[in-house]
Design a protein around this ligand. Structure first.
Ligand code: PEP
Length: 267
């Protein structure tokens, strides 16, 4: 069987300028060190989890340089919160995948519900962005999840699966094996309430079953599927111990470096 490395990603949204980001990193490093001491420096344990943050574009460089200098363990990987589907040219205000890859970004978040809602980010663009991110050697983290209305109508997981189908239209099975899926019920984002761990487990199982049916068992065994929506140090342990939960996408709680380090070590 394939071992999937647990993954915790912090999504800072539109918070923390580059000066605040440096302060965050200092506090995160201190908190991380405390955890390592508690684990008696067991690097096996410490390196078990993969950790990443998604700062604003303007904070990426500061965090990258400082994270390198700090030599954190586990290494702190970086990603962006969005990208253009286009390569380069007269597209004022946009940021290309090549620019992000050049900065050393490992991930790009796509289809976050706030982008879908406020911009709007439509399904057609998301599938093109998936392609562009993979072609640039980075890993897309694609967010799917039903709204409150969808949940009340009882279409919850089908709504999310439809989003996944359209996000993956341009991908081969090999590509899909490299993708990270974040299941985020929209009604739980920033709301301080998450579904019951058993409900999360069954939603993630439905997603993996769908990938299995569409792309085969090898691909389904490789894809990492995260849960996101009001994850905090109080509920993380109960969720991560559920079968098939490969980690978390953490919004609000990731702004607090101590809470974030805590969640990473629970994972
Ligand atoms: C998110 O924005 O992806 C998220 C999960 O937010 P929060 O943890 O604040 O609910």
């Amino acid at each position: 069987t394939v071992q999937r490395r647990p993954l915790v990603i912090g999504n800072w949204k539109m918070n923390l300028d580059h000066v605040q980001a440096r302060q965050w990193l200092l506090e995160y490093a201190a908190s991380n060190n405390e955890w390592r001491h508690r684990m008696e420096g067991s690097d096996v344990m410490v390196n078990h989890v993969e950790v990443g943050v998604l700062p604003s574009f303007t904070s990426l460089l500061a965090i990258r340089d400082m994270a390198r200098a700090t030599a954190l363990k586990p290494e702190l990987f970086l990603g962006a919160q969005n990208v253009s589907e286009l390569d380069a040219g007269a597209y004022t205000g946009d940021i290309s995948a090549q620019m992000l890859a050049a900065l050393g970004c490992r991930y790009v978040l796509l289809g976050h519900s706030e982008q879908r809602r406020y911009h709007p980010e439509d399904d057609d663009k998301i599938d093109q962005k998936m392609r562009v991110v993979l072609d640039s050697g980075m890993t897309p983290i694609v967010c799917i999840g039903e709204t409150k209305l969808g949940r009340e109508d009882g279409i919850g997981i089908d709504y999310a699966l439809n989003q996944l189908v359209s996000a993956m239209r341009l991908l081969s099975g090999d590509d899909v094996g490299r993708v990270i899926v974040a299941y985020e019920p929209v009604w739980s984002i920033g709301a301080g309430m998450a579904p019951e761990p058993s409900v999360i487990e069954s939603a993630l199982a439905d997603i993996r079953d769908f990938i299995n049916a569409t792309f085969g068992s090898d691909v389904a065994a490789r894809v990492r599927i995260l849960y996101g929506g009001s994850v905090n140090p109080g509920n993380a342990a109960d969720i991560i111990r559920r079968y098939g939960v490969d980690g978390f996408l953490v919004g609000g709680a990731s702004l607090d470096p101590v809470k974030f380090a805590n969640i990473c070590h629970l994972a």
